[in-house]
Write a new protein. Sequence first.
Length: 578
Amino acid sequence: MAARQPRRVAIKVPRGRTRSGDIDYLALTFAELDAEVRAWSAHLRARGVRPGDRTLVMVRQGLPLIASVFALFSTGAVPIIIDPGMGLRGFLRCVAHSRPRVLLGIPLARILSRVMRRPFRTIETRVAASGSPLARMKRPAIQKPETEIDNDGLAAILFTSGSTGAPKGVCYEHAMFEAQVRAIRAAYEIEPGETDLSMLPVFALFAPALGMTTIVPEIDPGRPAALDPAKIIQAVRQENVTNSFGSPTLWNKLADHCIRESIALPSLRRVLCAGAPVPAPLWEKARKILPGGKLHSPYGATECLPVSTISGDEIAGLGGTGVPPVSDRVARATRPCPGACVGRATPEIQIKIIAITDTPIATLADARELPLGEIGEIIVTGPAVTREYDNLPAATAAAKIRGAGDGGGKYQVSSNTSNKNAPAPPLLDTCHLPLPTSPGTGVWHRMGDTGCLDAGGRLWFCGRKAERVETASGTLFTEPCEQVFRAHPQVARCALVGLGTPGSQIPAIVVQPAAGNFDRAKLAAGLRALAAAHPLTAGITRFYFHPDFPVDVRHNAKIHRLTLASWAASGKAEELKG
């Protein structure tokens, strides 16, 4: 991109306000960003960073993150990206598990690595990430030939959010990142010269590769839900942002602000909303504030993204994903599948629905594919689908299915540590050999989600597999059931949980009420009336009220239903029967 459009602005970093109240940005062109990356590469090499080095990245969002990560790619080192919002204890567990040799970090990160020595015991080299290496150089960065990169070699380790279990490091190969860029560009018709504002720092790495100008948002990555919507909307309007990424929770907050202040966002061509199903009201709000654009909901996971996508226009054509209050039996009967429609497969991705099982599946021949319209487990394959978790063979075996063309051969990447005080790692890092070019013959990833496919090739999401409720009369899935209760105007969030042992669980609904005073007994009665109006939820008679749902920090959207189930079963929760 630096060669194709050297003078176009690549990134803008906020640094205050002008006298007129506009956001004051530090702007770098693609040529300048390229020089910054080369300076970072020279800086890393000078500090002894070698190809294959696992490098823990603890830097600020924006220019430091983008420049340093692309520099690590160019040197052949392996950046390790861990969500800073998961909490210190979880973060340190991830650090210990990933065994980095290099720490690239801000001063606080380097101090932490010396105070909390055990998780950082494999660190041999600490590289400062303060300021710009290019600004400190007395002469331009030496134009050394770039390290020859194996397209099928380990490129990065990205940690999952851990919404239904411990966070896991996902092994990404360079070819997988390239496949992601291809899929995103094709699925959303993104063109070089557009302007992007992403509210997830790691997702901002795609913008330079797609030729877009990156607008760094004024947001705390560790507390995204605390964003000031006025600041984000000001940036969108001032910089004529055409593309934005954020969770449904964040965009719901931004949409409410726009509607309250009578603001439209005509420059936005598309808003990508991911991390959880988009609630029905947000589709409607988006139509009001995006006169020249559309809301899109990409579906995927850290292990494979994007898998499928759907736009507001298609949702409208399906009659929406929400459930009207009182009765919608006719509307539900006309829908091909229950749950939330998450669209058709993105380019190069293949999707199947198989019978649900909680045990490993060795090969695709061992899985039973289900017919259209039947709810089962979602599995996917394609060149962007990862094939390993870092140093977690049991988790890899549980989440991956070998296709006919995958020989299972592996190469090994050592941890590159010579620290005599560091214990030998229990296992070598592993990633599989190159992906086959034909779809359906390589590794299939088990999404950990349930859903079904309709005759039009659309995927319908029905909830996390681990969060399904198995009652004596059958299995209930979270999304189809929760849609019924989300229609109530006094419900901010709701969660289906199961009390007791799977197979004989008692279903219950936990509700986070909307802000304001409400009559608890009246709300419970209203919820029971909704439940009774729908055959799927007629057996639900237990309701609990929780003041503030536990959710993931990354998107502030994924509900920790298993935590709520334990809370409801603990005896500390007040049960209200409708």
